[in-house]
Design a protein around this ligand. Structure first.
Ligand SMILES: [Zn+2]
Length: 430
């Protein structure tokens, strides 16, 4: 049942993508049938819990009450079938103070968990920049004794299995090495910027323990890891002897290990946290004085504001926060961190920040010109995303359609082709 459900969910996702979520022009005909979609049977699944849905009156990152609504929908608006009518509506809002864009309507508690259990794996696996570990490593959320034995046998052949070893891919886990290589950039940054004297490290949302393994090898770090899935947890312990725990509660976030850490490494947590302020406070409370937080894989808005991707497609139902670089810095500074280093690579923000005294009200707010520039950019991105919605999914936009078309033609973000159809203009890739 579960695998059937999951393949059905994968089908939904693929359908959403192939049906034009990323296409430059709306497609007229629905793509030919994806049989997996047909095998999904909602009647055999428990229904999506209708509550809780939180309605935020203030920014969940900095607490400011002032914001501008910039988009009503998340990626579910591009799906043929959604968990329920409310699931696509997030009312993304631009905070006037820190500049983070947050879902002002968001699922929490059992509703968030229900969505996560069904969608996180598929959405998460396709995140930009994410390595793709083998199917075996991530495909199930619980493990039978037989699967444990099988994974143990494969791990026993090591992480770096040479191409001339004579071992086949059934005998080891190529995903372990892939993840090590994909994660090495972060260790290069950390090792270059921090003293790293046998630090105590917590890795949150570790995929396969790679960063911890490297810090352990290079700097004698004492590591703990938190993973989303049991199979990841099992592999981290088996491959590297690093104590690991799962799952991760994005709503009531807790750290299931004792003591304080010199360094906390957080993978893609700020975007997903239901209560980001509390998440940062929990992390901060477990850092040694002057300890560091390293955040990575946090998607920034550039992808849809500047590079013409569909905003609806980028903002999947677990992306509760997004930002630009300056806003991410303000978000950290509003929560008791000072940023030591940050950069954006492949539309993903990363930062090294140090815990400092809580700032009171002294952190610098977003300026007027940045606010108005981003409000305009979001309006354009929202119009462009609407124009790219496949025709058979346009009902929610019927009322706004003419206005969107008119604005987009006037602004030059769309053109009318000879057959009268509206096309969003391609943005030149940089
Ligand atoms: Zn804010």
């Amino acid at each position: 049942m579960l695998s059937r459900l999951k393949s059905g969910v994968r089908g939904w996702l693929r359908r959403a993508r192939s049906s034009g979520a990323d296409a430059p022009t709306p497609v007229k005909e629905r793509p030919s049938g994806d049989e997996e979609v047909l095998t999904y049977d909602p009647s055999s699944d428990s229904p999506c819990p209708p509550a809780p849905i939180l309605t935020l009156e203030e920014c969940p990152v900095c607490g400011s009450p002032e914001s501008t609504k910039v988009s009503r929908y998340n990626r579910f608006v591009l799906f043929d079938r959604t968990p329920d009518a409310a699931s696509a509506i997030y009312n993304y809002s631009l905070c006037h103070a820190c500049g983070v864009v947050y879902a002002a309507r968001r699922p929490a508690g059992e509703r968030y968990r229900w969505l996560l259990e069904r969608f996180e794996e598929t959405l998460g696996r396709t995140e930009v920049g994410a390595p793709r570990p083998g199917k075996f490593a991530l495909s199930s959320s619980s493990l039978t004794d037989e699967a444990r034995g099988e994974l143990r046998r494969m791990v026993s052949n090591g992480v770096f299995v040479s191409g001339h070893s004579g071992l086949s891919r059934k005998d080891y886990l190529p995903s372990l090495m892939s993840d090590r290589l994909a994660s090495s950039m972060h260790v290069e940054i950390l090792g270059s910027l921090l003293p790293m004297k046998a630090p105590r490290v917590l890795e949150i949302r570790s995929r396969l323990g790679s960063i911890s393994a490297m810090l352990q090898r290079l700097y004698g770090a004492e590591c703990r890891a938190m993973s989303l899935f049991e199979n990841q947890r099992f592999l981290i312990e088996e491959a590297y002897r690093i104590p690991a725990a799962c799952p991760i509660d994005f709503d009531a976030f807790e750290i299931p290990f004792e003591g304080r850490f010199d360094l906390v490494i957080s993978n893609h947590m700020l975007a997903h946290s239901v209560h980001p302020k509390e998440f940062l406070a929990t992390v901060r409370s477990r850092l040694t004085p002057g300890g560091h937080l390293y955040l990575y894989q946090e998607p920034v808005e550039t992808e849809f504001l500047e590079r013409g991707k569909s905003m609806f497609n980028t903002l999947n139902p677990f992306h509760l926060q997004t930002f630009n670089e300056a806003s991410a810095v303000r978000a950290l500074e509003a929560n008791g961190f000072t940023v030591v280093f940050c950069t954006v690579r492949d539309d993903l923000f990363l930062a090294l920040a140090q815990a400092v005294e809580l700032p009171g009200d002294t952190w610098e707010r977003m300026g007027d010109s940045e606010r108005s520039r981003r409000r305009s950019a979001y309006r354009v991105a929202n119009d462009a995303a609407i124009l790219r919605v496949p025709e058979h999914l346009r009902a929610p936009f019927a009322k706004d359609w003419d206005g969107v078309v008119e604005r987009s033609l006037a602004a030059g973000i769309a053109i009318r082709s000879k057959d009268g159809r509206i096309k969003v203009r391609r943005v030149e890739a940089d």
